[in-house]
Ligand binder design. Structure first.
Ligand code: HEC
Ligand code: HEC
Ligand code: HEC
Ligand code: HEC
Ligand code: HEC
Length: 402
């Protein structure tokens, strides 16, 4: 069980496939471009100045300042955080296939793999591996730069790093799928692939009108890659309404909170890891009046061993869900309150807690996993909240009795 837990849930998104046979609909260019491990450098080093040969993000950032600043704050730059590194230390030392499986998405270049293997033998983790999904993973093969065909006149023959090779693939959704979509034969529960963001997008109106992953996650070429961890980004994509029915004659408080996925290009949320919880309650002197809270959970919850699905209440593009509230008014209630909390890493919190209990870890491994747990617990935020004062109850109404 312990081992199964480690292998299956190490990343809720991996799912047992240590040698993934990727065969989604993709172009010949893309399947070659994303063949692992990625050869970003190589033996025949071009005769360029050192700062053009260096493949670390910082080196690119000397010229591509804006992309560097944005990427550095993004989740892609955090892809080799303590949650991944801690597990590689604990489980990867003698398990090459396990390491290869994780690096496929978290640090996919051959050079990064070498650095990680050296680190597992005791060296410090070197910078390129530490950078996670770095510039070169998406843009460089054998030192050659590839990019979107935005400014074709600058492409081949430019003086800097030998120009670049423009490819329309950079503006298509398929560019992102080798890390964000399972193969159609991948693990499923209740018929739905455990990682299916491209499939969800394909069936949405966004695909029909050509709104790609990049259009939403890289607007105007920005490299922030905002997602579920960014409250403002998420808020803009949802329509949230609270309607309170005011029948002052009734002893119940009746309200409806509706949440509509009005701007997410796939299920909200797409993965099994986040949890979104809407709550309505009555306020009694800054506390929840006992028995008055009602909740609605939006997400897809599965067991840690990925064998069972408990529920799937995610919102498809355009879909709405309601939390209907119909609860007797508490004696001292002064307000009706509601909020929506988002825990982007909820499944990892459960996983790391179990991990700390079930595995024998060295002190170093334990510290690293604890850091990952603290980070994931700290990523919870309030997406939306409101407080509606209630009129003072009439003294002789049944619910106003003291
Ligand atoms: C010495 C400055 C310099 C360095 C260092 C540098 N670049 Fe460039 N890069 C340029 C210039 C100049 C262009 C062409 C003008 C443009 O499109 O911005 C360019 C073009 C590009 C393009 C194509 C842009 C497009 O419109 O499609 C990509 C992609 C790119 N570089 C990636 C990288 C990456 C990745 C690194 C680091 C591994 C890097 N560059 C390092 C100066 C630099
Ligand atoms: C198919 C691509 C893929 C593979 C393979 C993969 N991951 Fe992930 N992983 C992701 C993506 C995408 C996310 C982001 C999920 C999110 O933000 O909701 C992620 C998130 C994580 C996180 C949570 C974020 C963090 O940095 O703490 C951990 C931990 C993690 N993966 C560990 C692993 C480990 C360990 C392996 C190898 C057993 C692995 N992953 C294999 C794609 C992958
Ligand atoms: C996860 C993949 C990914 C990573 C990581 C990434 N890029 Fe990009 N980059 C893209 C895609 C896709 C585009 C095209 C976006 C579009 O215009 O639709 C792009 C566009 C660009 C361009 C073209 C100019 C522009 O304004 O759009 C440059 C230059 C560039 N990236 C540099 C970098 C640098 C430097 C880094 C690291 C600091 C980096 N990229 C990291 C995927 C990536
Ligand atoms: C080489 C693999 C790889 C590629 C290619 C890739 N990603 Fe990611 N992406 C990841 C990993 C790994 C994470 C999770 C990092 C973490 O949280 O530790 C991630 C996280 C994200 C997130 C999550 C943000 C959040 O708040 O949880 C978004 C959004 C995202 N990627 C969008 C894209 C888009 C758009 C593209 C295509 C332009 C793309 N990615 C290409 C590996 C990749
Ligand atoms: C119409 C805009 C839009 C499109 C198109 C879109 N996304 Fe998103 N995406 C969002 C928004 C908004 C969020 C934040 C809410 C959420 O997490 O569902 C998000 C969240 C994410 C996340 C965070 C993890 C999670 O569980 O939600 C990832 C990863 C991601 N998108 C990847 C992609 C990829 C890959 C594509 C293309 C196949 C894509 N997105 C297409 C708007 C979009």
């Amino acid at each position: 069980m312990g081992q199964a837990l480690g292998l299956a849930m190490a990343c809720a998104l991996l799912l047992g496939s240590s040698s993934p046979a990727w065969a989604w609909p993709t172009t010949a260019f893309l399947s070659r471009y994303w063949h692992r491990p990625l050869p970003i450098g190589g033996r025949s080093i071009p005769h360029w100045p050192a700062f053009e040969v260096t493949l670390s993000a910082g080196a690119c950032g000397q010229c591509h300042i804006r992309q560097y600043r944005e990427w550095r704050q993004s989740r892609h730059a955090l892809a080799m955080g303590p949650g991944v590194v801690g597990q590689l230390m604990a489980a990867g030392r003698r398990r090459q296939a396990f390491v290869r499986g994780c690096l496929f998405c978290h640090a996919p270049a051959r050079r990064q793999g070498r650095e990680v293997r050296a680190a597992l033998l005791g060296a410090a983790l070197r910078p390129l591996a530490h950078q996670g999904v770095t510039c070169a993973d998406c843009h460089v093969r054998a030192y050659r730069r590839f990019g979107p065909p935005l400014k074709p006149y600058l492409a081949a023959g430019s003086s800097v790093h030998g120009g670049f090779t423009p490819s329309g693939a950079f503006t298509r959704s398929r560019f992102c799928i080798s890390c964000h979509q399972f193969h159609r034969n991948g693990a499923r529960l209740h018929g739905a692939l455990l990682e299916n963001v491209y499939g969800e997008w394909r069936r949405s109106r966004y695909a029909r009108v050509g709104v790609t992953c990049e259009a939403c996650h890289m607007p105007n070429g920005r490299h922030n890659f905002y997602g579920i961890h960014n409250p403002r980004f998420v808020r803009k994509a949802l329509t949230i309404r609270l309607h309170i029915e005011s029948h002052s004659a009734k002893p119940e408080l009746v309200a409806h909170l509706s949440i509509t996925n009005s701007g997410v290009g796939h299920d909200f949320p797409t993965y099994t890891t986040p949890e979104v919880v809407a709550t309505i309650w009555q306020d009694c002197a800054k506390h929840i009046c006992p028995g008055t809270a009602r909740r609605l959970v939006i997400g897809r919850r599965i067991s840690l061993d990925l064998e069972r699905q408990y529920f799937d209440t995610r919102l498809k593009p355009g879909q709405a869900r309601q939390l209907s509230y119909d609860v007797p008014r508490a004696a001292h209630a002064t307000a009706l309150e509601a909020h929506i909390m988002v825990s982007p890493d909820a499944a990892y919190i459960h996983f790391f807690r179990a991990y700390l209990v079930r595995y024998r870890l060295t002190p170093n491994e334990r510290v690293t996993i604890k850091r990952a747990l603290a980070r994931d617990e700290g990523s919870r935020y309030v997406l939306w909240q409101t407080k509606r004062p209630l009129n003072l109850p009439m003294p002789n109404r049944p619910f106003g009795l003291q």
